[in-house]
Write a protein that binds this ligand. Sequence first.
Ligand code: SF4
Length: 499
Amino acid sequence: MYVMAPQTGCTKLSPMNPSLSSIMNHHYDRERDRTLPSSRISELLGKYDRPGPRYTSYPPATEFKTLTPQDYLEALQERGDHALPSDPVSIYIHVPFCSSPCFYCGCNKVVTRNKNAARKYLDHLRKEMALLRLQTNLHQRPVTQLHLGGGTPTFLDDAEMTELIHHTAHYFNLVNHAGRDYSIEVDPRTVNLERVQLLRGLGFNRISLGIQDFDENVQRAINRQQSVESVRELTQAIRSSGFRSLNFDLIYGLPLQSLESINATLRHVIALSPDRISYYNYAHLPDRFPGQRAISAADIPSASVKLQMLTSIIGTLTAAGYEYVGIDHFVKKSDPLAIARKEGRLCRNFQGYSIDKATDLVGLGVSSISSTGLVFAQNATKLEDYYLALDMNQLPVARGLVSSVEDILRRAIIQQLTCYRSLDIETIEAEFGIDFAQHFRIALVELQQFERDGLIAWTDSKNMIVTPEGALLLRNLCMVFDEYLQRNSVASPVFSRAI
Ligand code: SF4
């Protein structure tokens, strides 16, 4: 789902070379209405439809191994020793509860109708914050980005939500300046005008609405029914309450979707005019997410239809004035993310894209991921383990990873590909002191196939751009530079297919 929080390791890149930028824009403008002939779709599917990570981090979270709470604490303390008091911090808080299951869902969640379920959780979240305040100096630094995700954050009632924000403000340095990004994921079925106003009053200035699809048959098939009218009213309430930005989360590849139904949903979306759109590719992994067994595989669009859907989504949204940021994400051309992309300040992170403001991400709550310095740390993914660690006065970290130099190098390349759909080899060589051709000899051979297939083009020997068709297969391009995937030789079944 959508979030504003960045992670450590966002590579600062120079603004894109202007001539490269104009070549790319021309390329995209010229081709944005293009549809793919079926022979071309078959060709691409045959070669590239294989499982791989979504590259919201590198290494992907599937590579996290044992990491102790003490390891994480030491990383935070070491960063704290070197950070300036003005260095910003980003906070993500996970609220895992949902009132009913959406059948497509792959999130870490607890479905319950027990409205008191959040009480114990809020007490433990408070304890986690208190432990961090006691043992680190994070609270001295400004929190420029805050995100509540889930689950359903608005499962919390008004008093609980108010309590959570007050506790966060007590243990961290929440700020009140206009440049802050404080965002929350909202299930449209759980809020009305009054609740929207409460969220605004608590300091949130961005909202992300979980829409998924507007077609009634699709909504029934995924067990998530919400009318266009209710979303329209909510959209008006969000605008009139003074939120700076509205995001819609949508999904393609859901059961009973067709090209026609996707186009009808897009018409409603464009009329409602959200500032940002996340259009995710549904990953059907019923062995990993048992709730998805309620979806009949026969109702899921084929890979070739999904590829047509993605082509149509990109074409329709760019024609409507949105910029395709990269994997799954679109923003209005005036949006700070679009501007950051032009200026080389864009990052890809655990939940999407972000502007590079904070370099330390503190994840709070069950399953949350933090990153600081070289360390990724993930909290326990089961509620009982999360509670147990905190009852023992320990941070609930269960696993993680310390990035190697090679990880950081490959992360920088993957960030270039996912944020800018380009590869600037000179920048990488200068930053990491490597001979790219020698270091990535095998990867460069693999890229030859992408070039023959018209998915990338070299503007000179050191600069590569991704073509509009290549943009449909960005994950595959990243896989070329994924050392873990190559080490495991066969793409892990825990990943969704790239198409
Ligand atoms: S999609 Fe969101 S609201 Fe639906 S079950 Fe998953 S976490 Fe809960």
